[in-house]
Design a protein around this ligand. Structure first.
Ligand code: NAI
Length: 468
C-alpha cells in the first residue's frame, strides 16, 4: 500500500492534518500507538481537564456562589466517581468523533507504533509485535510532547502520590493537601479543580509571577483572584526535591534569590513544570532528521525537516505547545502537500487558561512591547462597570488592549474574566485583519453582554470609554 501522506501521531496536529489532506484529495494514513485517536489533548489533556474544570466549578458554585442570587441550596455532596464518569464519557465521545471523521474522509487509521525507516518508508508495529512497512511520498511527525519533569531534579512520578497532569485527571479521592510544582497553565487549571473539590492547594513557582509570559497586570490579577479562592502561592521558589514520605510526599524548595530551604508535606504532589517534545523511538537519528538544541524536530517555514519528504508539526517542533497551534500547522502543511499555499500567522495565536475566571491573551504583552521599544497606547475596562457582569455576579477582571501609538493597529489583547476564552476571539479576528482599536470601538456590540467590555477597552485605547 502506498500513500501520499503518512502522519505519525493522531493528536490535534496529526488528525487535523489528516482530515485536511484527505479533503484535498490525498491518500492518507495516520499511525497512533494509543488505543484511541486524539493524542494527549483529547485523551489526557485539554478535553478531560475541561470536563473536570466545568464539573468542579458547578460543585463549587453550588456550595458557595448561589445564595446571593436567591438560590438557596443545601451543601452539595461530591460524587467523584460520577464526576470522573462524566470526564470519561466526554473523552470517549471526542475520540470516537475522530475515528468517525477518519472513516468519513477515507483515512486509514492504524493503531501501532510508527517508526521512520527512511524518507518514504514507515514501519508500524502492533501490540502483538507484528511489523509492517508502509510506503509514502511524505511523512509527517506529529508525535506531540510528554511530561518534562523538574529540570535537574530526579522525581519518581508514580501517578498516585507524585503525579503529572495524567494522574491529576484521575485521582480516586480528593487529597487534603496538594502541592503543585509550577505555576503555569497545567498547575493552575488542575490546582483549581482539586481546590474547588476541597483540597488545600499550594503552588510553588520558580518565577516571581504565575503564568510567566502572560501580560504582567493580567498574571497579577489572576493570582489575586485565585488566592481569594484559597490557593496559596510560594513564588520565587525553586523546588529542589520531591520525595515520597509515608503515604504522602515532601517538597523542598529554596528562595531563588538565596536563603533557607523549606520543606512542606502533602498527600499529593502535582508536577507541572512543562512538557518536552516526544521524539523517542521514532528512528529520527537513523533517518538523519535533525533536532534543535531543545530536542525539537527542526523545521523551516514550510514545516520541512532537513530530510526531503519528512515534515514536523505541533508540540514536537518550535513554538507554543498549544493544540490550536498544532491544528493550524496541520491545515497549513496539508495545503502545502496538496500544492497550495499554507500559512500560519504566529503573531496571532490566542492562549487561554481555563481557571475561573478565565485568562486569555493574544498578541503582544505590554512587557514585550516595552522590550521591543515599540511606542504603544493602552486601553482598559473593568468588568465591574459592565451591566451584564453585574447581573451575573461576574465582575472580577478586566479587558486590556494594546495598540500601536502611531497607527492605532491593535498589537495585543488580554482579558481576565468570566468567558475570557470566548471573548478573546473578537480581538483575534480583528488582529488577523490588521484592525485598529477604533475599528473595534466603532463596531456595534449587543447589549447587555460581557463583550461590551472589549468594545469599551477599545474605546479607551483610541479615545475614551463611555461607561467609566
Ligand atoms: P508551563 O511551562 O506553562 O509552566 C511551568 C512552570 O513551572 C513555569 O512557570 C516554571 O517557571 C515552573 N518551574 C520550572 N521548574 C521549577 C522548579 N524547579 N520549581 C518551581 N517551579 C518551576 O508548563 P505546564 O503548566 O506544565 O504546561 C505544559 C504545556 O502545556 C505548556 O506549554 C502549556 O501551554 C500547555 N498547556 C496549555 C493549556 C491551555 O492552553 N489551556 C492547558 C495545559 C497545558
Amino acid at each position: 500500500m502506498s500513500y501520499d501522506v503518512i502522519i505519525i501521531g493522531s493528536g490535534p496536529g496529526g488528525y487535523v492534518c489528516a482530515i485536511k489532506a484527505a479533503q484535498l484529495g490525498l491518500k492518507v494514513a495516520v499511525i497512533e500507538k494509543r488505543a484511541t485517536y486524539g493524542g494527549t489533548c483529547l485523551n489526557i489533556g485539554c478535553i478531560p481537564s475541561k470536563a473536570l474544570l466545568h464539573a468542579s466549578e458547578m460543585f463549587h458554585q453550588a456550595g458557595h456562589g448561589m445564595d446571593s442570587l436567591g438560590v438557596e441550596v443545601s451543601a452539595p455532596t461530591l460524587n467523584l466517581t460520577k464526576m470522573m464518569a462524566h470526564k470519561d464519557a466526554t473523552v470517549k465521545s471526542n475520540v470516537d468523533g475522530v475515528a468517525f471523521l477518519f472513516k468519513k474522509n477515507k483515512i486509514d487509521g492504524i493503531i501501532g507504533t510508527g517508526k521512520i525507516v527512511s524518507a518514504g518508508k514507515v514501519s508500524v508495529t502492533n501490540d502483538k509485535g507484528e511489523e509492517q512497512i508502509l510506503e509514502t511520498k511524505n511523512i509527517v511527525i506529529a508525535t506531540g510532547s510528554d511530561v518534562a519533569g523538574i529540570p535537574g531534579v530526579a522525581v519518581d512520578i508514580d501517578e498516585t502520590v507524585i503525579i503529572s497532569s495524567t494522574g491529576g485527571l484521575s485521582l480516586e479521592k480528593v487529597p487534603a493537601r496538594m502541592i503543585v510544582v509550577g505555576g503555569g497553565v497545567i498547575g493552575l487549571e488542575l490546582g483549581s479543580v482539586w481546590s474547588r473539590l476541597g483540597a488545600k492547594v499550594t503552588v510553588v513557582e520558580y518565577l516571581d509571577t504565575i503564568l510567566g509570559g502572560m501580560d504582567g497586570e493580567v498574571s497579577k490579577q489572576a493570582q489575586r483572584l485565585l488566592a481569594k479562592q484559597g490557593i496559596e502561592f510560594q513564588l520565587g521558589a525553586k523546588v529542589t526535591a520531591v520525595v515520597k514520605d509515608g503515604a504522602g510526599a515532601k517538597v523542598t524548595f529554596e528562595p531563588v534569590k538565596g536563603g533557607e530551604a523549606s520543606t512542606i508535606d502533602a498527600d499529593v504532589v502535582l508536577i507541572a513544570t512543562g512538557r518536552k517534545p516526544y521524539t523517542e523511538g521514532l528512528g529520527l537519528s537513523e533517518a538523519g532528521v535533525a533536532l534543535d538544541q531543545r530536542g525539537r524536530v527542526e523545521t523551516d517555514g514550510h514545516f520541512r525537516t532537513n530530510v526531503a519528504g519528512i515534515y514536523g508539526i505541533g508540540d514536537v517542533i518550535k513554538g507554543p505547545m498549544l493544540a490550536h497551534k498544532a491544528e493550524d500547522e496541520g491545515v497549513a502543511l496539508a495545503e502545502i502537500l496538496a500544492g497550495q499555499a499554507g500559512h500560519v500567522n504566529y503573531d496571532v495565536i490566542p492562549a487561554v487558561v481555563y481557571t475561573q475566571p478565565e485568562v486569555a491573551s493574544v498578541g503582544k504583552t505590554e512587557e514585550e512591547l516595552k522590550a521591543a521599544g515599540i511606542a504603544y497606547k493602552v486601553g482598559k475596562f473593568p468588568f465591574t462597570a459592565n451591566g451584564r457582569a453585574r447581573a451575573m455576579q461576574a465582575t472580577d477582571g478586566f479587558v486590556k488592549i494594546l495598540a500601536d501609538k502611531e497607527t492605532d493597529r491593535v498589537l495585543g489583547g488580554h482579558i481576565v474574566g468570566f468567558g475570557a476564552g470566548e471573548m478573546i476571539h473578537e480581538i483575534t479576528v480583528l488582529m488577523e485583519f490588521g484592525g485598529s482599536s477604533e475599528d473595534l470601538g466603532r463596531t456595534c456590540h449587543a447589549h447587555p453582554t460581557m463583550s461590551e467590555a472589549v468594545k469599551e477597552a477599545a474605546l479607551a485605547t483610541f479615545f475614551k470609554p463611555i461607561h467609566m
